[in-house]
Design a protein around this ligand. Structure first.
Ligand code: HEM
Length: 227
């Protein structure tokens, strides 16, 4: 939210509530099932989704209008960058385009299931978790590299979580940055243990495959400061 809206505590708190609500509504398993079956048009018509989405759209539009009224601000968050963006003919984005671009940045699914897998896999391979933790605590800047790509950089068609054909995830580097940030923060602050030694089953959601227990862990504060 800060990357998109900048640091403004009051606004962020309000938006956090709205986005949490929207996420809960969208992640409802029967709704996700129907989304997979009937497609996005069905979701757009669903009342629960519209009621959760409308206030988010309004909040995003309010922010866009407020910033436009403010004029040049020198801020470097996504709202300001998009407001100041111009197409080849010099025209700015329409309000609707701005709203849609910003909502894409604020609502996303695969990052959380990817993170659930990161924790599920690392906890089943304690030696790799320990190595990552050592690197993080030594302040070495997160050099963690999966072994299979140590020799040379994976070519685009080899490593395809973000797609590898004519299209590709628009936010691949943003999502990687987000996951590294979460992983680093969690591992610096708590010690993790698996709840079961067995790997979690793979379950299929509407959008992504997830660990059946969402990457269930036991967490112990690393230092009293975090208790
Ligand atoms: C770990 C997290 C993520 C994974 C694994 C992932 C994966 C993908 C994949 C596989 C595609 C389809 C590529 C294709 O059509 O072949 C895609 C498309 C897309 N993703 Fe992501 N994504 C992630 C996070 C995000 C985030 C955080 C955003 C937005 C902030 C995002 C926005 C998009 C958009 C807009 C497209 C459509 C691009 C287009 O069709 O031109 N993704 N993503």
């Amino acid at each position: 939210m800060r990357a998109v809206f900048g640091d403004d505590k009051g606004r962020l708190d309000r938006l956090r509530g709205l986005l949490t609500n929207l996420t809960e509504v969208v992640n409802d398993s029967s709704r996700l099932g129907k989304l997979a079956l009937f497609g996005p048009r069905w979701l757009e018509r669903s009342r629960g989704w519209r009621e959760a989405m409308a206030p988010v759209e309004r909040a995003v539009l309010d922010e866009v209008r407020r910033r436009r009224a403010e004029g040049e601000s020198g801020r470097r968050d996504a709202v300001s960058m998009l407001i100041e963006a111009r197409s080849e003919d010099g025209s700015p984005l329409s309000e609707k385009d701005l709203r849609d671009e910003l909502l894409t940045l604020l609502t996303d699914g695969p990052t959380s299931s990817s993170l659930a897998w990161v924790f599920e896999r690392l906890l089943r391979h304690p030696e790799k978790l320990a190595r990552l933790q050592e690197e993080l605590l030594a302040g070495e800047g997160g050099r963690f590299v999966p072994e299979r790509f140590l020799e040379r950089r994976a070519a685009v068609p080899t490593w395809i979580p973000f797609g590898g054909g004519a299209r590709r995830c628009l936010a691949a580097s943003y999502a990687e940055q987000e996951m590294k940030r979460v992983l680093r923060t969690v591992l610096e602050e708590v010690e993790l243990q698996p709840v079961e030694s067995r790997a979690e089953r793979v379950t299929r959601g509407a959008i992504a495959f997830s660990p059946a227990q969402h990457g269930l862990v036991m967490a112990k504060p690393r230092t009293p400061a975090y208790a």
